[in-house]
Ligand binder design. Structure first.
Ligand code: AMP
Ligand code: MG
Length: 523
């Protein structure tokens, strides 16, 4: 890195560097031979106060070649359970935290480079990233953001002008990402596994101050902290499942304390519903398959709980009992979030005891049917809408008069048709006034059909990052330096809930010629 510093106009305030000595190694990025700014996320840049618009200077900074004024760059240390096995020493092997910036709302965010060269934690790796993986993370993380799912965000893509050796030579690139923080379950594990309990406490205090300040004065602050992280992760994973997302590598070093999705490696959205969906080439046993995600999130949270035991109580037995209770509760909390989300997806605005079974029956009817997960929920709303627009409530709809387009998504719709009757009946009951409505301000009026359809369409995306579209965008960029497919895909994904003229292709599932999809880690 050159010594000359560039002014980005960002307000850096590097609390991790200042307050957590011993939790990182100070280092700088490698000099890129020919850095070129490929993409700047203009709205995100504006929201964090980035004022410099000079593409050459941005390319210097976002490749790691030159430091921005105010930065205090470092690589964080962490450990992690990878596919169940504990690695006591990981850390940012190809990431560099430039520092923390206060955004326009005064919120503190990390600005981090990924792929800017070796750090003291690189182990055998080269510290570099390839363009394909960088674009992939850009597309997927920004799609998640547009879907209102907590996530790290993508700020910039820079190509380095270097060719990186993987299975073949590939163009090198650096992603700049923005996150609430990069504190992971694995960060706690690193210090806990070394018996450095004072450091675990220091990290917990820092994380509480930064992410859960409302807990600070609680008499059981560390237990509350554990519960809060469990809650955030329960909501996050529920929301992944509600849009058909498979993270792919939910190791404890890839799980944040803030509750944001992080580390878009071998992740993918499924087209056809498959509870066992796995895309990662290395996940041979399906540890991180679609349906396993809440189970593995809970497993990871148990690992976090273990690191906090001495802080929860001096009495080990008591600490274990309390922590176990919190982690055990995860499942109900998770299911609560999932069910709330499913009700919205199905246009149900009240709560009934049988709702969980109703939702599970739908999934059962979809299993093995090669039915597109995203399209089905949009089609359910379309069917409601087109069946009988004059009718004002679900009560006025009967199955015979209902459009049957959604049936066509199934190989054999028999079970689904049975389910639809239950759903229609449920929608009718949803219209009946009740003592305990879901919302605080109960409406005794019947929900009009257009309202119900609008409610469904507001949560069921038309557009998700389809794997074949993501691959197409990457291929054009890698092979022809053509970034138009990447830009086009990003533009469509910015508004996932609104059908866009001319974007019909982006709502379609992969053609059969695309074949089964496999993704790769650490590329
Ligand atoms: P990931 O699978 O991306 O979560 O990475 C797991 C660990 O490997 C992290 O500590 C990364 O920093 C490290 N890592 C991944 N790729 C590289 C690379 N090319 N060079 C150095 N370290 C890497
Ligand atoms: Mg990682």
């Amino acid at each position: 890195m050159n010594s000359m510093k560039i002014d980005l106009g960002l307000t850096f305030d590097n609390s991790y560097a200042k307050e957590l000595e011993g939790f990182y190694a100070s280092c700088t990025g490698a000099q890129a031979p020919d850095p070129e700014l490929i993409k700047l996320n203009v709205s995100l840049a504006a929201s964090i106060g980035l004022k410099n618009t000079n593409p050459e200077q941005l390319a210097e900074v976002f490749s790691g070649s030159q430091a921005p004024i105010g930065a205090s760059s470092l690589a964080q240390v962490y450990a992690g359970h990878q596919f169940g096995g504990f690695s006591p020493q990981l850390g940012d092997g190809r990431a560099l935290l430039l520092g923390e910036v206060l955004d326009e709302g005064g919120k503190r965010v990390d600005v981090q480079l990924k792929g800017s060269g070796r750090t003291p934690f690189s182990r055998g790796g080269d510290g570099k990233a390839v363009l394909g993986a960088v674009l992939r993370e850009y597309i997927l993380s920004e799609a998640m953001y547009a879907l209102n799912i907590p996530t790290t965000r993508a700020l910039a893509v820079v190509t380095t002008g270097e060719q990186i050796m993987r299975t073949q030579l590939l163009p090198g690139a650096v992603l700049t990402r923005v996150a609430s923080s990069h504190i992971r379950v694995g960060t706690f594990q690193f210090f806990s596994s070394r018996g450095e309990q004072d450091k675990v406490k220091q990290l917990a205090d820092y994380a509480i101050e930064r992410h859960y300040p409302e807990l600070k004065n609680s008499p059981q602050v560390y237990l509350d902290f554990l519960c809060a992280v469990c809650d955030k992760q329960a909501e996050l994973v529920a929301r992944w499942l509600l849009v058909g997302f498979v993270h792919g590598v939910m190791n404890t070093d890839n799980m944040t304390i803030s509750g944001e999705t992080i580390d878009y490696g071998p992740c993918a959205f499924m087209d056809d519903y498959d509870p066992k969906a796995v895309f990662s080439s290395i996940d041979r046993d399906g540890r991180y398959s679609y349906n396993n995600q809440p189970i593995l999130a809970q497993w990871n949270l148990a690992r976090l709980a273990e690191t906090l035991l001495p802080l929860i109580s001096d009495d080990e037995e008591k600490a274990v009992a309390k922590a176990t209770e919190s982690v055990t509760k995860f499942w109900d909390v998770y299911q609560g979030y999932w069910l709330t989300g499913m009700r919205e997806k199905l246009g149900i605005s009240t709560a009934e005891e049988g709702d969980l079974a109703l939702c599970e029956q739908l999934l059962e009817s979809m299993s093995g049917q090669e039915v597109d997960f995203s399209q089905l929920f949009r089609q359910l709303a379309n069917d409601l809408e087109t069946s009988n627009l004059e009718s004002k409530s679900a009560e006025d709809i009967n199955l015979e008069s209902t459009s049957r387009e959604s049936d066509k998504l199934f190989n054999d719709a028999a079970k689904f048709i049975q389910w639809k009757k239950l759903w229609m009946a449920r929608l009718c009951r949803d219209d009946q006034p009740r003592e305990k409505p879901l919302s605080e301000t109960p409406s005794q009026e019947k929900r009009s059909l257009p309202d119900r359809v609008a409610m469904m369409n507001a949560v069921n995306p038309v557009y998700i990052p389809r794997n074949h579209q993501v691959e197409h965008a990457i291929e054009a960029a890698e092979q022809r330096a053509d970034y138009q497919p990447f830009e086009n895909l990003l533009r469509v994904l910015e508004n996932p809930y609104t059908p866009q003229a001319g974007a019909e292709e982006y709502a379609k599932s992969a053609p059969t010629t695309f074949g089964p999809y496999t993704t790769f880690c650490g590329t």
